[in-house]
Design a binder for this molecule. Sequence first.
Ligand code: CTP
Ligand code: ZN
Length: 157
Amino acid sequence: MKEFRIQPIKNGTVIDHIDSGKALKVIKIMGIDENVTSVVSVIMHVPSSKKDFKDIVKVEDRELNPKELKKIALIAPNATINIIRDYEVAKKTKVKPPEKVSGIVRCANPNCITNARTSMETFEPVEPEFTVESTKPLRLRCVYCERELENPEEHLI
Ligand code: CTP
Ligand code: ZN
């Protein structure tokens, strides 16, 4: 039986197959807050054939930018991004969990070079960069201080 819990949308983006429980993080990544100006539907803990349960986020009249996509790939490595145009799925892509993570997660080590404050144009700021040691669970290691980041999902920039 087809799911009719949430209606199809006319135009926008459906992020499907989000790991159960992660929808709220996806919403946050997209900057959706009390100032939202489009219709957003969140459905959590939907029974799914592929996995036991999944979350879905539907955002009308809006697409994702590359930075948002990279962050979503990190916290929801099974997600599919469906671009909806005139009620049809115009484009479906699976997110790609990256091997390297640059500029979207901050290192938790206060002494890390990536957290050094740039004094008077002497230094260029060093962009944080991590290698992905595993995606499930997400384990990131800082390229600079070699520290493993605890709770990486809490350190998205
Ligand atoms: N969807 C929507 N509005 C539309 C069309 C699709 O909200 N006008 C949603 C569907 O509810 C589904 C997702 O977009 O959550 C992908 O749609 P579709 O490709 O038709 O579903 P499936 O074939 O089940 O997708 P998959 O194979 O990726 O699981
Ligand atoms: Zn570091």
